[in-house]
Design a protein around this ligand. Structure first.
Ligand code: F3S
Ligand code: F3S
Length: 103
């Protein structure tokens, strides 16, 4: 699956949301998260993110590896939503993201 990593935090460009054909990118308070069970690995989101926050899980740089679990755990906490558009912004984050210092 693809993963959104640290550069998205407090940026939230959302170009990825427009591109995703599967509506599987969910908006948290400080970043967005890809639902691993709903992502079809099309990679469209990776190409459009202006801060290169999206990576294939196996290609995450060392320091961003925890974000695979961050995306998966945050989305697991949503239950089985039918799609990101139907639930809209979620006013919270994964604890690891919530704890990051504000720039
Ligand atoms: Fe974030 Fe990039 Fe999408 S900044 S919201 S992953 S386009
Ligand atoms: Fe969507 Fe990106 Fe996956 S565009 S289907 S989240 S690879």
């Amino acid at each position: 699956t693809y993963v959104i990593a640290q550069p998205c935090v407090d940026v939230k460009d959302k170009a990825c949301v427009e591109e995703c054909p599967f509506d599987c990118i969910y908006e948290g308070e400080r970043m967005l998260y890809i639902h691993p069970d709903q992502c079809d690995d099309c990679g469209a989101c990776e190409a459009v993110c202006p801060v290169e926050a999206v990576r294939y899980e196996d290609e995450l740089p060392e320091g961003w590896r925890p974000f695979a679990a961050v995306n998966a755990e945050f989305c697991a906490g949503l239950g089985s939503p039918g799609g990101a558009a139907s639930i809209g912004p979620i006013g919270r984050d994964h604890p690891l993201v919530a704890a990051l210092p504000k720039v």
